[in-house]
Design a protein around this ligand. Structure first.
Ligand code: MG
Length: 307
């Protein structure tokens, strides 16, 4: 049954991260042809932004070491689907641009501990590394997203001060990022905290329409936090088909908000996403078979359950 809520947007853009954030955190490596089929199926289910891979050094993320081989296999989608790729540095950007990437993303941290763990740099050193990458990407005509990890809590530092998050968001926008993604990397946020951070960002002049949200379901809060963000006016939500992936630093394996769980809620609220839920669910069931384990998404399980 569809019951709209007048306080919510009428359309939400789902930024699908399963093929990158999801598969990056899988133990095994998925064959390139399987990844290409996965991304084609995601696009065929109506998703219009499908993050494809990461041009990081293969030693850092061996699961995505085939970026050069995979990206050309997606060319038939490039007119209709945004296919962002992660680029950590100049070298990664060069590799992505050489293959015709038009949407790229850098990944910063709101905390010093995670900047060290993930990038082996201070927060400011990481921002200094990204600045020329963003400048060159913009000069090349690419759209740039700035990911921000640990916006709500950090496994080493605990609660993260809003001022710290606002400062890094400001820096990413000032260097030219078109869009931000606020990551609750260990899934500890609760809805009041989400609303409070969005308000703090607005107070610093960061408009809500530049902000996407990236919630993890570690503590079962991802959909509640999404609703809080939508109520604040956010219209870009990151999600991972079938709930693939997570964060190696979180306490349990439960990770990314499942796209199907998100679509179920948005469908019920009458919010348009363009996604065909049954096609998407079939895709996640197929991917779970490729990975050899069931999808953690409750919506996938419910819709695919057979007595
Ligand atoms: Mg994630």
């Amino acid at each position: 049954m569809v019951v709209p809520d007048p306080q919510l947007p009428t359309r939400v853009r789902i930024y699908e991260v399963g093929a990158r954030d999801g598969l990056q955190n899988e133990k095994g490596t998925v064959p390139t042809a399987t990844k290409a089929e996965f991304i084609h199926r995601l696009a065929a289910s109506g998703l219009t932004t499908v993050e494809a891979t990461s041009f990081v050094h293969p030693r850092w993320v061996p699961q995505l070491a085939d970026a050069e081989a995979l990206f050309p296999l997606l060319q038939d989608l490039s007119d209709t689907v945004g296919l962002p790729v992660l680029v950590p540095n100049d070298r990664g950007l060069d590799r992505a641009l050489a293959l015709g990437a038009r949407h790229v993303a850098v990944f910063a941290s709101a905390t010093e501990s995670f900047a060290q763990a993930n990038l082996n740099r201070t927060v400011d050193e990481a921002l200094a590394m990204f600045e020329p990458v963003v400048t060159r990407a913009k000069e090349a005509g690419a759209q740039v997203r700035g990911y921000l990890s640990m916006c709500f809590g950090d496994p080493w530092e605990g609660a993260v001060p809003e001022t710290q998050v606002v400062k890094v968001c400001r820096a990413l926008l000032d260097m030219g990022c078109d869009e931000l993604s606020l990551g609750d990397t260990i899934g500890v946020a609760t809805p009041g905290q989400v609303a409070s951070l969005l308000t703090a960002l607005n107070a610093d002049g960061v408009p809500t329409d530049t902000v996407g949200v990236h919630f993890h379901d570690t503590y079962g809060q991802a959909l509640s936090n999404t609703l809080a963000a939508l109520r604040h006016g956010v219209t870009t939500v990151d999600a991972s088909a079938g709930g693939l992936g997570g964060c190696p630093y979180a306490k349990s394996a439960t990770g990314n908000l499942a796209t199907e769980d998100l679509v179920w809620m948005l469908n019920g609220l009458g919010i348009d996403t363009g996604v065909d839920l049954s096609r998407l669910t079939a895709t996640s069931v197929w991917m779970a078979e490729q990975l050899g384990r069931p999808s953690p998404s409750r919506t996938v399980r419910a819709l695919s359950h057979k007595d």
